[in-house]
Design a protein around this ligand. Structure first.
Ligand SMILES: N=CN[C@@H](CCC(=O)O)C(=O)O
Ligand SMILES: [Zn+2]
Length: 432
């Protein structure tokens, strides 16, 4: 093969493909038995897609005549797919470190919310913030996630709760999507809380009659690309009826349903999502057995968020019950001013220790299954031919160290690669 390619990663001690039969998601035993090549190489073409992945000797022979823009000698190192963070709220102004102190002193999430803090605090600051400021902070946060191995990330609006600020947030996400290498899945979450001065019914009406119609116009004009619709379905926020009407309206506009459900109270959100054909439901700390069965049957992914349960000291989501029932389990960081975590390796560690997932399950949940939750698993989430060349090269001879070494990703991640381009080289950034 005498053509030119963008990148060769050669002689890796392990290449973790995740799967190699075009699976769109993994469940049960599939999550336990990941596809791993010992002594492997991978070739990424100038279109950024994977051209070959296999034993190093075979690739060496097949590509002996080829030239590469870049070659990474990964001897003694491991390659894993770029991580997919299936749930974040990364556009906001005003941190909530003071509320962290309140929660440590005993206040619950809803105590803070009802007292006008929480999401309301962030809404006030985000409404007041100029677009340019929000874009700078989003860019910095995404860069931080990328250095921690995230190559695809879901980004929600939801700190506007009215037309102007919701659109401002989606425009900021759109600007990042167009300019940064990280892959972004954009989510409209105008029903993230009931804005002050409105009832839930009035807020639902505003979403249905004001916000979604404008969103539809901007999407048709090509100004905005939005992939998913989200609602915070929770007692004292949006009930099942309001949630249903908003999600249905979003689905009718072509958005994927991907929402917050059964977090603090059992709401039957899982059953609703399954009935509406939701691609994913997040949180699920309070999901019922019926909800689990409905999600397994509907192939609705469960996006579990170990940081939230940890920070709020909630009961852990029932990951083992979901896994055993055959639910497609994915992971997200839930990065937001309440759960300030940019690191999917830490999320995987928490999922293993607190939710009793195995390391292969956690990696599958943070790659192929998280990509499925975003409708991207045909192009992302595993290292297979024709998928995007998004990968991490790890300074370790066994991939499990990425999860085992709590907070160790800063030293372990040597390169982050997106579409065959090195977007982070740890060696070149050691001095800051
Ligand atoms: N639960 C609702 N939304 C977020 C929290 C957002 C916030 O507190 O600002 C979550 O997923 O944890
Ligand atoms: Zn959330």
């Amino acid at each position: 093969m005498s053509s030119n390619y963008r990148l060769l990663v050669k002689n890796a001690k392990q290449v973790v493909l995740i799967c190699n039969n075009g699976e769109k998601y993994l469940t049960k035993n599939g999550m336990q038995n990941l596809c791993v090549i010992e002594n492997g190489s991978i070739v990424i073409g100038s279109d950024g897609l994977i051209k070959a992945v296999g034993p190093a000797d075979t690739i060496k022979t097949q590509y002996s005549e080829a030239s590469f823009d870049e070659v990474i000698d990964a001897a003694g190192m491991c390659v894993v797919p770029g991580l997919v963070d299936a749930h974040t709220h990364p556009v906001w102004a005003g941190d909530r470190v003071h509320e962290f102190a309140m929660k440590l002193a005993g206040a619950t999430y809803m105590d803070v919310h009802r007292a006008g803090g929480g999401i309301h605090f962030t809404v006030e600051h985000t409404r007041a913030a100029p677009t340019s400021q929000l874009l700078v902070s989003l860019t910095n946060r995404l860069a931080r996630m990328q250095r921690a191995g995230t190559t695809t990330v879901e980004c929600k609006s939801g700190y506007g709760l009215e037309l102007q600020t919701e659109i401002k947030m989606l425009e900021v996400i759109e600007a990042a999507r167009r300019t940064l290498p990280i892959n972004i899945s954009s989510t409209y979450c105008g029903a993230h809380a009931v804005p002050k001065g409105k009832t839930a019914a009035e807020a639902t009406e505003d979403v249905l009659k004001v916000q979604l119609p404008r969103l539809r116009q901007l999407m048709s004009a090509g100004t905005l690309r939005v992939d998913n619709i989200d609602v915070f379905c929770e007692k004292g926020v949006f009930d099942l009826g309001c949630t249903r009407s908003i999600l249905q309206a979003g689905r009718d506009m072509g958005l994927n349903i991907n929402f917050h459900g059964d977090e603090l109270h059992p709401m039957n959100s899982a059953q609703l999502g399954a009935e509406l054909g939701a691609l994913a439901i997040s949180h699920l700390e309070e999901v019922t057995d019926e909800g689990i069965a409905a999600m397994a049957a509907a192939k609705t992914a469960a996006v579990l968020l170990p940081t939230t349960a940890y920070i709020l000291r909630l009961p852990q989501p029932r990951a083992r019950d979901m896994l055993e029932a055959g639910v497609i389990v994915a992971l997200g960081s839930d990065f937001n001013p309440n759960a300030y975590c940019c690191s999917m390796p830490m999320v995987m560690h928490l999922a293993c220790v607190n939710m009793r997932m195995s390391m292969p399950e956690a990696l599958a949940a943070a790659t192929i299954n998280a990509a499925y939750a975003l409708g991207r698993s045909h192009t992302h989430g595993s290292l297979e031919v024709n998928k995007h060349g998004d990968l991490l090269v790890l300074n370790t001879s066994r991939w499990e160290h990425l999860i085992y070494q709590l907070g160790g990703h800063q030293e372990l991640i040597r390169y982050v690669v997106i579409k065959g381009n090195i977007v982070y080289d740890n060696d070149k950034t050691m001095d800051f």
